[in-house]
Write a protein that binds this ligand. Sequence first.
Ligand SMILES: *Cc1c(COP(=O)(O)O)cnc(C)c1O
Length: 379
Amino acid sequence: MDKIWLSSPHMGGEEQRFIKEAFDANWIAPLGPNVTGFEQDLERYLGNDVHVAALSSGTAALHLALILIGVKQGDEVICQSMTFSASANPIVYQGATPIFVDSEPDTWNMSPQFLEEAIKDRIKKGKRPKAIIAVHLYGMPYKVNEIRAIADTYDIPIIEDSAEALGSSCNGQKCGTFGDYAILSFNGNKIITTSGGGALVTKTEEAKQKAIFLATQARDAAPHYQHSHIGYNYRLSNIAAGIGRGQMLVLDEHVALRRKMNAFYQEVFEDIDEVSVLTELDDASYSNHWLTAIVFGRVIARKVDREYLRLGLEKEHIESRPLWKPMHLQPVFSECPYYGEKVSETLFDQGLCLPSGSNTTKEQLERIKNALIGIISAV
Ligand SMILES: *Cc1c(COP(=O)(O)O)cnc(C)c1O
């Protein structure tokens, strides 16, 4: 039996043409026509006059966003607790402290209420947070208007972690254009992949150029190697960008397929009251449904919980995964302040991500459906 993965690379077919062009022109370097072309593709796709710098990873993009904002040793940065560790790690690269904020129950993203509580309390304790990192988890847009209103009230820039949300939108505006800076990821399991890569989205060409300067070892304009800043090696390669250009041609198609996966799971669980599928609350919000996730509201029978289902699927060679474990519960961040209740903690206890790939076949869908119903109804 072949394994059904949570999310695996799905090539469109044109990727190798762009790679071949790079080989033919001997552009095997962290710059070149594919890099520029991929950036232009992304700028066009996102709209809203944004500028895009293609980088080696989403993590690198977050790191550069913090540097451009001016986050330094001893500063504090607010970050959604329920996310992948890559959202928070770059805060520590800068010697700053993450301040974690709980999720809200409907989008699973940053709670506006606890965000404001955190800002007020940090200011009272003597430090104004330098930035807010908000995440569109699993492709579901966070409450963009509410979070923006709070950020503006306290004059704190937003870094929009859109690593999982390329193709999502809110009131017709693409995710990746709401933050003062935004980041994208093209890692192997994301909605499109370059085998590894990311991008920083900026509001100005000047900020983009600064990011590229820092990403290419901060070399001053001189015939010799002259440096007045600490630099990084964070640029995307021309080969990887070639894969990205090919993937851009099928992005919307892949989003449509992932959304179909979400509709499929809604149907599977339609008559199972205890399970709910994460989906949009209203028409304003449009998720790429990078991963479809479910939560067990109430335990169906004593035996059926997240782990029971996960292990049952594993026996059928179907990969599933618990939701992101909140950062405030991670040993490495145990000393960091946290604002919230137990929303993200409860989601982590009860939630499971299900196979959501845009390349899932009809036969695989049938296998997934039979396995889910079989496991749950056998109890
Ligand atoms: C994947 C991911 C990142 C990091 O992206 P990389 O390209 O893997 O460095 C950051 N934030 C979130 C929420 C992610 O899922």
